[in-house]
Write a protein that binds this ligand. Sequence first.
Ligand SMILES: [Zn+2]
Ligand SMILES: [Zn+2]
Length: 299
Amino acid sequence: MKLTILGSSSATPYLDRHPSSQLLSVNDHLYLIDCGEGTLFRLNDFSIKKNKIKAIFISHLHGDHYYGLMGLLTTMSMHEKTDELAIVCPPRLKDIVELQCEISKTIIRFPIRYIETTMEYGEIYKDSNITVNALPLCHKIDTCGFIFRKNFPPRKILKEIIDQLDLSPQEVAQIMKQNRILKDGRTVTIESISEENTSTKSYAYCTDTRVDPSYQPYLLNLDLLYHESTFLHADIKRAEETNHSTAREAAQVALAVAPKKLLIGHFSARYIDLNPLLSEAQEIFLNTELAIEGLTFEF
Ligand SMILES: [Zn+2]
Ligand SMILES: [Zn+2]
């Protein structure tokens, strides 16, 4: 899995910092997470093929998370996208998109499948590459984070055994399908040539939210956790008023759920230098990085 940060600013963009958007790449399939204003330009800046995006996940309907969507959809349509796009989003986003299309007499020429989030934890999207769970957060309006897990085959083939038994790819496929075959008078079973696949790859996107114990149990055993850190802890009053988190609080969440790495983002425009936010988080959870635009994290 590969995550590229396209935007990491909170409501007010600042200089070269743009509103929230990230691109997750899994086996060359692309998934967009939030779509703040200007996301289309960020995709162009990083030479990302927009029409390869399979699904867009929108956390909530504050503008800094979806104002870039109309421009992106109409551009994809003009670039002759034909296959279906899934949009996982709060209820009413469909109304917003359709109203804008109706008033501007715009036709989006590819099918959109809207999948509405509810404020309940659970599986919300699945395809051949990934399974995604929605994670209700604690913000001013209904907001869901998302937990992305790469799909792996249920069993891992043991290559040395395949070589020892001199099995052809066709024979291996047959065993995986039928559980056993007869070869040279001997039964070869699925258990003898493969083992349970315990591989996992996972990423959780948590924005915008006050820290709260309600969502933390779902964040265990992650490879990568993104948690918003809009403010420094010195500004916790502002964080409480606006239902956001501080860098120290994001790191405390990471300390409790122990991901391999923590990314912090959704920075307030009041901070010109982001290093104090990073230092504050690293004091509690050392393996923390800033979600700076253009950075890519492979895991
Ligand atoms: Zn926001
Ligand atoms: Zn918000």
